[in-house]
Design a protein around this ligand. Structure first.
Ligand code: AMP
Length: 222
């Protein structure tokens, strides 16, 4: 049976758990997890032109210019791996990007089916981000207090060393939160106005939050 693509935008401040939930949605609904942050970090690690152009913005906690991120998104959306749909994790970050995404999806006869807002109070975010450690090799994410690896500093999944993202340092976190409130939070109204927004309480265990995510997506299942 032919099924329609499913496109899900994850909204919420840095540290709300977008990446974790986006991966679970991608696995459960068999769509591509598309994280612009992960793609940009990969470009930086490879030392590509895109990486070189993005690195300084990322270090400061600012947004990378729209046209750079847009190019990257365009390429991914047109790849075969995105044909069944995507979970967008970290995109869009402002209204211009949301309009661009609408245009790119319209060309593919698709649209943002649901925008999930993971609501977590600012006070919780600083602790979450400061304790976050990720695997440079496979991308698995841990937290020193809530989800520690079995062996300190070592990835459970692949055995590589865990690192702290340079932009998870406190001063940069504050800037990322400021940018979120100024530029990204207005997207809640953007998607609410078209009836696509679903709010999910992002405080709780990963399973609890994923249960709420599934509930919020019930009417959106293919
Ligand atoms: P993230 O992993 O989503 O928190 O993104 C890490 C950093 O990458 C952000 O602080 C930005 O500097 C950059 N970035 C990721 N996604 C975008 C985007 N959609 N637009 C602009 N910059 C982005």
């Amino acid at each position: 049976m032919l099924t329609r693509a499913l496109d899900v935008v994850l909204l919420g401040p840095p540290g709300a758990g977008k990446g974790t939930q986006a991966k679970r949605i991608a696995a459960a609904f068999e769509v591509l997890h598309l994280s612009t942050g992960d793609l940009l970090r990969d470009e930086v690690a490879r030392g590509s032109d895109m990486g070189k152009a993005s690195e300084a913005f990322m270090k400061r906690g600012e947004l990378v210019p729209d046209e750079l991120v847009g190019k990257m998104l365009f390429a991914r959306l047109h790849s075969q791996s995105a044909a069944a749909g995507c979970t967008y994790d970290g995109y869009p970050r402002n209204t211009e990007q949301a309009i661009l995404l609408d245009g790119l999806l319209a060309e593919l006869n698709r649209r943002v089916d649901v925008a999930l807002y993971l609501n977590v109070p600012d006070a919780d975010l600083l602790a979450r981000l400061a304790g976050r450690r990720s695997c440079a090799a496979c991308g698995a994410v841990f937290h020193v207090v809530t989800t520690p690896p079995k062996v300190e500093g070592v990835c459970d999944a692949c055995g590589a060393a865990l690192v702290q993202r340079p932009d998870d340092e406190e001063g940069v976190i504050r800037e990322r939160l400021r940018v979120y409130h100024a530029q990204t939070a207005p997207l809640l109204k953007f998607y609410a106005d078209r009836g696509a927004l679903r709010e999910v309480d992002g405080v709780g265990t990963l399973d609890e939050v994923f249960g709420r995510v599934r509930e919020a997506m019930r009417s959106k299942r293919r």
